[in-house]
Design a protein around this ligand. Structure first.
Ligand code: ZN
Ligand code: ZN
Length: 344
């Protein structure tokens, strides 16, 4: 059985499968790309041929414009298998955002799973992560330090609702990444019984509409731009993280600035951003989830794409798992913090 490092390569464009002649989440346009999910650091425009889940393809159309992800586009349902020059390929849910997928590849009996971004916490807007046994598991390590433990998102949403009850005359503006986080927090608010209209900054609206078209019911959503200021008193408003700290948010009625991010675990980050109500909600795995996942997939070897790879590799080694840092460039070390401006 060939070792995965004989057939998977790190190239400047990204992670490359040599026998199949394709890349996974390349950072530059390539002849053939498989895309794990529609976040802009993983899904870039201009490939010749692109393969992704139907939801990821639809979300790429919304983000980039119709057809810009690739000249030829192929969708693959979860669990459906295809062969490319002797490499068997299929997608399994990653639990990160709607349509997010792990890419499983088997060549001559040797299996690599590229997880993209993933989490293990329940998310009512996407299918849960499925562990796939493999020889090499490729993971990110954004929150790979013991300090990063994300509380249940439901508890954080309860904090938000408690604040709304406490300050009924103020508007609560929630900074949340436009793809995934916004829809997840809205859905959690609905499940917690918040049935009033929720207001959206323009940057968060298109992707919410796309989620609704794909069957994720988010309830009544209204644009925050045209709503009269007095209507926003007592309302919950979603905006990109970059907008909650600038002039845009100040137009709202005495806003309580909230920010939903795994980084809110770090008090200093919340403070410097002027966040009054930090919500520790992440679509990435925390330290416990990362380690649990390594145990669940049972791979003898883990390759870490980016993040705090040293801590994770060190911890994995204690359980006999061999680690390798790929140091792939071009992925955000954050949940879209840097991209928020571009998406706004
Ligand atoms: Zn992502
Ligand atoms: Zn990412």
């Amino acid at each position: 059985m060939p070792h995965p490092d004989t057939w998977m390569e790190v190239r400047p464009e990204g992670l490359y499968c040599a026998p199949g002649d394709f890349y996974v989440d390349p950072i530059r346009p390539v002849p053939r790309a498989i895309i794990t999910h529609a976040h802009s650091d993983h899904a870039r425009p201009g490939h010749s041929a692109v393969l992704a889940s139907p939801e990821t393809m639809a979300l790429m159309d919304v983000r980039m414009g119709d057809g810009r992800a690739g000249v030829s586009q192929q969708i693959l349902q979860y669990g459906e298998q295809i062969g490319l020059s002797g490499v068997d390929i299929w997608l399994e849910p990653a639990g990160h955002v709607l349509g997010s997928a792990q890419v499983a590849m088997t060549w001559r009996g040797s299996r690599v799973v590229v997880s993209g971004d993933y989490k293990r916490q329940r998310d009512p807007t996407c299918r849960p992560f499925e562990p796939i046994p493999c020889d090499v598991f490729v993971t990110e390590a954004t929150f790979a330090l013991p300090v990063f433990l994300h509380p249940p998102a439901e508890e954080e949403v309860a904090k938000l609702l408690a604040s709304v009850a406490l300050f009924p005359e103020r508007s609560h503006v929630v900074g949340a990444y436009a793809l995934g986080k916004t829809q997840r927090v809205i859905k959690l608010l609905r499940l917690a019984g918040w049935d009033r209209p929720i207001y959206l900054h323009g940057a968060n609206a298109n992707l919410c509409a796309a989620y609704q078209r794909m069957g994720i019911d988010l309830g009544e959503l209204l644009p925050a731009t045209v709503a009269a200021k007095d209507k926003l008193a007592g309302a919950i408003v979603f905006a990109p993280p970059s907008a909650v700290v600038d002039r845009w948010a100040r137009r709202l009625a005495d806003p309580v600035v909230c920010y939903a991010s795994g980084w809110m675990r770090v008090r200093q980050r919340a403070k410097t951003k002027g966040v009054e109500l930090p919500l520790v909600i992440s679509d990435h795995s925390d330290w416990a989830e990362l380690n649990q996942t390594l145990d669940d997939v049972g791979a003898p070897e883990v390759w870490v794409t980016h993040g705090r790879e040293e801590a994770l590799i060190h911890e994995a080694a204690k359980r006999g798992i061999k680690g390798r840092a790929l140091r792939l460039l071009g992925y955000e070390e954050d949940e879209g913090e840097a991209q928020a401006g571009a998406e706004a």
